[in-house]
Design a protein around this ligand. Structure first.
Ligand code: ASP
Ligand code: MG
Length: 448
C-alpha cells in the first residue's frame, strides 16, 4: 500500500520569455510505505533465540514504516510430534480431533512471538485462525480456505498494530478448528496477503531462495533472482520442496508477489541487492522477469511409483475402467503412457502414482481385474521423475530433443515421458537421479 508518493514534483512556475530559462524542480523524497505479510517457518521459530531473531526482522520492517502481518509455523518438529500423539492415541482418530491437536503448535509460536515483540516495544497482538476468521471447508486435516474476513485485520494493520497470525489453521463450517495440510502455513500467509491486499508476501525459511535445482545434488546450482508463478508452480509440484504447492497456486491466482528469503540473515544487514530486495527469490508475474532463460530449473521427485498393465483390451472404455476406480479411491495419477496395439486387440498402459499410494493402487486394480481384463500387472517404486522447466520453452523448439540426447549419451533409459507447454518430465531408474539431474543442469547452461 502506497501511503505517500515516493516523489513529489512541485509544479514549476511558468517560464517567462527572456527570463532565466531554467526551472527549479524541488524533489521531495519520502519513504515508500508498504503493507507486508512475513511468514516464518518451523526452523525459523524453533526456539526462543530464533523467535527473538524473527522479532528483529519484524521490528526492522515496522521501523521502516511498513504495515506488517506475520504468519508463523509451529516450532520445527512440533507438528510431527503432535501427529504422532494422535496416531498413538488411536490409529483411526477423528479428523476433527486431529485438527484440535495439531493446530496447537502454531498457537504457541504466535503467542510467544507477540510476547517477544511487545517486549521489544512493538505493538503486536496474536490471532488464531478462528479469530480472524479464516473460513475453510469441512475437509478436516487438509482443508481449503474459502474466505478470509480481512476488514478487521486491515483495520488493525492501518492502526500500526502488528498482527501475529497462527498459520496452518482456520475454522470449518461446523465451527471447529481445521488445518490446511502439512506445510499449510505457506498457504495461510499467501491467502492473508491476498485478503489484506499486501504489496508482498515474504516467506522466511531455512534456505535463501529458490535454486535452479537442489544444491545438495548439484553444488553448482544457482539461486534464481526471479521466477514466474507458472514456473514456480511446476517446480513445487514436481519436487522442489521450498513452498507448499497450494500456496503457489494461490499466489498465481491472486497475483501475490512472493519473496523467498532466509530467516538466518542478520536482521540488521542492509536490505539491498536484487532489484532493491535483499538476497532471495521473487516469485512474480512473467512481465516482471528481467532476463529470460529458456530453461529455469530442473526438479525431481523420488516419491513416484510406476504401474504397468499388460495386455489389456484395446477398446473404448478401457482407460475409464482403469482410471475410474483409482480416482474413486482418491489416488492421483500423473504420467500416462498407452500404446496403439499392433493387431487392434490388446495393448499396455503404464502410469505413475504417488509412492505412498502404490500398494493401494495395486489392490484397487486387482479388485477390478475382471472389469479391466488385463493379463499382467507390474510395478516399480525405484523410479524418479526428473523435470526440465522453463517458460522459454513456449517459444523455443528442440528443448525436449536436447534432453533425450543428453540422457541417452549417459546411457540412461527413459521409462515414460510427459510434457506440457513449459515442462518435460521423464521417468527413469532412481539409481540415475544424480547423474540425470547434473547432466541436464549443465546441458541447459544452468551451472553457476
Ligand atoms: N506446522 C505445520 C507443518 O509442519 C504447518 C507448516 O509448518 O507449514 O506441516
Ligand atoms: Mg514449510
Amino acid at each position: 500500500m502506497v501511503a505517500a508518493r515516493g516523489l513529489c514534483l512541485y509544479a514549476c512556475p511558468p517560464i517567462e520569455q527572456g527570463a532565466g530559462a531554467f526551472c527549479v524542480l524541488i524533489i521531495k523524497k519520502t519513504t515508500l510505505m508498504a503493507r507486508l505479510v512475513l511468514k516464518f517457518g518451523g526452523t525459523s521459530v524453533a526456539d526462543l533465540d530464533r523467535i527473538r531473531n524473527v522479532a528483529r526482522h519484524v521490528k526492522r520492517e515496522v521501523d521502516a514504516g511498513n504495515e506488517v502481518a506475520v504468519v508463523v509455523s509451529a516450532m520445527a518438529g512440533q507438528t510431527n510430534k503432535l501427529v504422532e500423539f494422535c496416531r498413538e492415541a488411536s490409529p483411526l482418530h477423528d479428523a476433527r480431533e486431529y485438527d484440535a491437536v495439531v493446530a496447537s503448535g502454531e498457537q504457541v509460536t504466535s503467542g510467544l512471538l507477540a510476547v517477544v515483540l511487545q517486549d521489544m516495544g512493538v505493538n503486536a497482538r496474536s490471532w488464531q485462525g478462528w479469530q480472524v476468521p479464516i473460513k475453510t471447508d469441512e475437509n478436516h486435516g487438509a482443508a481449503r480456505i474459502k474466505e478470509i474476513d480481512a476488514d478487521f485485520l486491515s483495520e488493525r494493520l492501518s492502526q500500526g498494530q502488528v498482527a501475529v497470525l497462527a498459520g496452518f489453521q482456520g475454522i470449518s463450517p461446523d465451527n471447529r478448528i481445521s488445518t490446511l495440510g502439512r506445510g499449510g502455513s505457506d498457504t495461510s500467509a499467501v491467502a492473508i496477503a491476498a485478503a489484506v491486499k499486501a504489496d508482498r508476501c515474504d516467506i522466511y525459511t531455512d534456505v535463501d531462495g529458490v535454486y535452479t535445482t537442489d544444491p545438495r545434488i548439484v553444488p553448482k546450482a544457482k539461486r534464481l533472482d526471479r521466477v514466474s508463478f507458472e514456473e514456480m508452480l511446476e517446480m513445487a509440484s514436481l519436487g522442489a520442496k521450498v513452498l507448499q504447492v497450494r500456496s503457489v497456486e494461490m499466489a498465481m491466482v491472486h497475483g501475490v508477489r512472493t519473496f523467498v528469503r532466509s530467516s538466518f540473515d542478520d536482521p540488521d544487514a542492509p536490505q539491498v541487492g536484487n532489484g532493491g530486495l535483499p538476497p532471495g527469490t521473487l516469485i512474480c508475474d512473467e512481465d516482471e522477469l528481467v532476463e529470460q532463460q529458456v530453461v529455469t530449473g530442473i526438479a525431481f521427485a523420488k516419491d513416484e511409483a510406476q504401474i504397468s498393465i499388460r495386455d489389456v483390451a484395446d477398446k473404448p472404455g478401457v482407460a475409464e475402467s482403469v482410471f475410474g476406480p483409482l480416482a474413486d479411491a482418491n489416488i492421483n495419477v500423473d504420467m500416462i503412457v498407452q500404446n496403439i496395439s499392433p493387431d487392434g486387440k490388446t495393448t499396455d498402459i503404464t502410469f505413475t502414482v504417488p509412492e505412498a499410494d502404490y500398494i493401494r493402487a495395486i489392490s484397487v486394480l486387482e479388485d477390478n481385474r475382471g472389469e479391466i481384463g488385463f493379463q499382467n500387472l507390474e510395478g516399480a517404486t525405484d523410479v524418479v521423475k526428473v523435470s526440465v522447466i522453463g517458460i522459454g520453452m513456449r517459444s523455443h523448439a528442440g528443448i525436449a530433443a536436447q534432453c533425450f540426447r543428453g540422457l541417452a549419451e549417459k546411457g540412461i533409459n527413459i521409462r515414460a515421458i510427459t510434457t506440457s507447454e513449459i515442462k518435460i518430465s521423464v521417468l527413469i531408474d532412481s539409481a540415475y537421479t544424480e547423474l540425470a539431474v547434473r547432466t541436464l543442469h549443465s546441458l541447459y547452461g544452468l551451472d553457476g
